[in-house]
Design a binder for this molecule. Sequence first.
Ligand SMILES: [Fe+2]
Length: 372
Amino acid sequence: MSEQKGIFIDKSGSTEPAPELWEPAIIKKTDFDAEIERLSNMPAPNNGRRQSWIVHPDSHKLGVGLGLAPGIRPIVEVLNPGEQTRPIRHNSTQVNFCIQGGGHSVVGGKRIDFEQYDLFNFPSMQTYIHVNDTEVIQVRLTYTNAPLLEKMNVHIVEEEPPTDIKLIEKSEKEGNSEDDPRRKSPYGTFQLTKEGAWLMPYEILIAPEAVESHALHWPWKKVKKELDKLTALGSDYVGRRLYLLWNPMTGRTNGTTPNFFATITIRPPGIVDKPHRHVSAAMNYIFQGEGRSTVEGKVYEWQSGDLLLTAPGWGVHNHASTGNEAIYELTIQDQPLNITMESLLWQEDLKKPWSVLGMETGFGTNRKKIAS
Ligand SMILES: [Fe+2]
């Protein structure tokens, strides 16, 4: 039997080149509308999922794990009235954002009724279906971290998985118990050096603390009520008028899923953000108003219904609202993943140094001075 041999690549004395930034890519509302119509008019697929991946042209260069950013793939998903999808589950996690119509999803046995601009998350390996029990077409933008798992060659997808939800709940509870015998070891976890290096036995390695992960739902009507109050911050405010739709299970990494955060911003007319940059990739879906983004010196204009990769990695960018009405936008970033990896370089002010967020002190705004 032949075997694969690992190879050496001599990199002595070599330096790593800076990553080549992807150009911001934009999907205009008219293109969305045409694709939604095409998906709606085709014969219903066997699994019920009318969907198209939204992919950056440069994504193909990476070979595997297609996305609009290397680690984020938006998918436009359409359900005609009366349709529902077949059950599926996977170890990728998702943020779902309803952009048209409404309906309900059942995630891990929990029913979520949603309307336009509602957002909900999908935990790992929880079986789900989508249902359109309305009279109009349902369209969702789903953001998945599947491209990252595909690059790692570990994206596990099960179509028509077993439906015994109770079994999953039972094992979750057992794993969380302090008395769980699997978490006990006669040797324990102990400090090895004065500087703080420790040793951990296998028994804990295979039964780490389990944190319950639920599908959570942020209804737009409730979010909007809170968001609109941020206009009181006034035009002198230097921060962003936004809320992160926070899932507490993500803890210090500030996520909506362990991989992504979702924020919704209100941007009154005439606001121009200061240029900044961050390692996390960001994409904006605008659902009211119009404006422009400047990324690495190039200007990109956008209107309501457009989706745009605005921060392709470590590129300088800023946004401005140019119309007469306030902008509402959904931003998805892979910031939580970067905090976990200790890779989140963030430069809030280009005249000042960057900081590794989550490891070093972050930045401030002038919020206390102008509003409580
Ligand atoms: Fe940004």
